[in-house]
Design a protein around this ligand. Structure first.
Ligand SMILES: [Zn+2]
Ligand SMILES: [Zn+2]
Ligand SMILES: [Zn+2]
Length: 459
């Protein structure tokens, strides 16, 4: 214990007395602030992006040839190096989630407008569409249709309709009007097969376009290509749906202008393909489901210049990127929810618990192998963001660029340089104590404020 310990107690008591922070946490904070290496600790927290739950590692970096030590965590505060958690969920880590969202936005923006990440601005002129594909109905849910006086015959459980007008934040939105009628197994099967439906959609759209042009697919590939980026989103009812930017490219270089094709033909092909794709699946021995996308297919033209109702590429890129981090957060499902019992314990909506129970009961069924690992995703096992190879840069490209930058400014980050040996050992997750976490969080908020103030100054 250093000489500053004597300072800690009175200052900590003062902080604790003035706010909601407990005395123990206040002591932890003050102890950190008066420590001799507080400057380095703050710097490390800043480099980790003020991550809420950084990974603590011990280790060293040595030059391979000479064995010379260039970095060791032994010299760091607590003899530990902090590294970003990389969690994309905003509730888990606002900083890492914002970083991920920014990366997704960049790759979408690059593919939509060009002018960044090595994509030329000419792609802004390529025809593009914003396509939304939803799941079909698995039973009536609370939503826009509620509150109408239209009489419906009662279901076998005696439920006929919902007479209420729901506010937009009503917690029952997306819940089935009759849970006993709702087809939970089919809803789970849809989420489970959604990536396959999307894959078939991209194939069918190309075939439909060739049909529209009255040429073979091989001939079409010599004229134009379709590339895309898509993001999966959960609706309130727990069914996944897709938003995509589809772009028409030339046949050779992906950023080459396509041969002119009437845009309505392409929009028709994109729409028809959505109505056409289907997957057949056996649900146990006595039931077969025919899974399709919903009949409401939205295909909207994206235009570089604002033209009536048309969307701009920037709007679409920002819109889609928003969903990239939203992921499954609307359900409050984090990856620790591995069973319906855990979901119940976490106080989740009854509807979500029933979805998980349906997934659990399908886990022994042929074709559903491994679904148990995707219960927290309600059976959806795809990536939230995917794109065709030609669309734009990859998600790893901005990360690589950032790492290179970090390495240039911090020898501890030379983790990917080929000429060094690195030896890292996992020491733990999160800050050493709650006081450290509070300090990091307040530093994060301060950094955001400072950024805003500097923008105001510049304006
Ligand atoms: Zn983080
Ligand atoms: Zn209702
Ligand atoms: Zn019913």
């Amino acid at each position: 214990m250093n000489g500053s310990a004597a300072v800690v107690v009175p200052v900590a008591d003062h902080i604790a007395a003035s706010g909601t922070i407990g005395t123990d946490h206040a002591r932890e904070m003050v102890r950190r602030m008066v420590s001799t290496d507080f400057g380095r600790w703050s710097e490390m927290v800043r480099r980790a992006g003020y991550c809420r739950s950084p990974i603590r590692v011990h280790g060293s970096v040595t030059i391979s040839d000479t064995g010379r030590l260039v970095y060791t965590s032994e010299d760091e505060p607590d003899r530990t190096l902090l590294i970003r958690c990389g969690n994309r969920r905003a509730t888990a880590c606002p900083s890492c989630s914002a970083e991920y969202k920014g990366d997704v936005w960049h790759l979408l923006k690059a593919g939509a407008t060009g002018g960044m990440k090595g994509v030329p601005t000419s792609v802004a002129q390529h025809p593009k569409w914003f396509v939304t594909l939803t799941g079909p109905s698995f039973g009536a849910v609370h939503g826009d249709a509620c509150g109408s006086r239209r009489s419906r015959s009662a279901c076998p459980h005696g439920v006929s309709r919902c007479d209420r007008q729901h506010s937009t934040d009503d917690v029952v939105l997306g819940d089935p009007i009759c849970s006993d009628c709702y087809d939970y197994s089919a809803a789970i099967a849809f989420n489970w097969m959604a990536p396959e439906l999307w894959r078939r959609y991209t194939i069918t759209a190309r075939r439909e376009l060739a049909n529209e042009l009255r040429i073979t697919e091989a001939e079409m590939r010599k004229l134009v290509r379709l590339s895309y980026a898509k993001v999966a989103e959960f609706q309130r009812r727990g069914v996944v749906h897709f938003h995509a930017i589809v772009r028409l490219d030339g046949a050779g270089d992906p950023y080459e202008a396509p041969k002119p094709i009437p845009e309505s033909l392409i929009a028709d092909a994109l729409r028809r393909a959505a109505l056409e794709v289907a997957v057949e699946l056996q649900l146990g021995t006595d039931r077969r489901v025919h899974l399709t996308f919903g009949r409401q297919v939205d295909v909207r033209s994206v235009q570089a210049a604002i033209d009536g109702d048309a969307l701009t590429p920037e709007t679409v890129a920002a819109y889609i990127a928003k969903y990239a981090t939203k992921a499954s957060e609307d359900f409050g499902l984090d990856s620790t929810i591995r069973t319906s019992a855990a979901a119940r314990y976490a106080g989740l909506r009854d509807h979500v618990i029933r979805m998980i129970i349906a997934a659990e009961s399908l886990s022994g069924t042929e074709g559903f192998g491994g679904i148990g690992r995707w219960l927290h995703m309600l059976g959806f096992r795809g990536h939230f963001t995917t794109k065709s190879r030609r669309f734009s840069t990859t998600l790893t490209a901005p990360r690589q660029a950032r790492r290179t930058w970090r390495e240039a400014s911090d020898p501890a980050d030379r983790s990917s340089c080929p000429e060094v040996d690195r030896d890292w050992k996992f020491a733990g997750l999160g800050y050493l104590n709650h006081g450290d976490r509070l300090l990091a969080e307040s530093a994060r908020v301060e950094a955001i404020e400072a950024r805003w103030l500097s923008r105001l100054d510049a304006a």
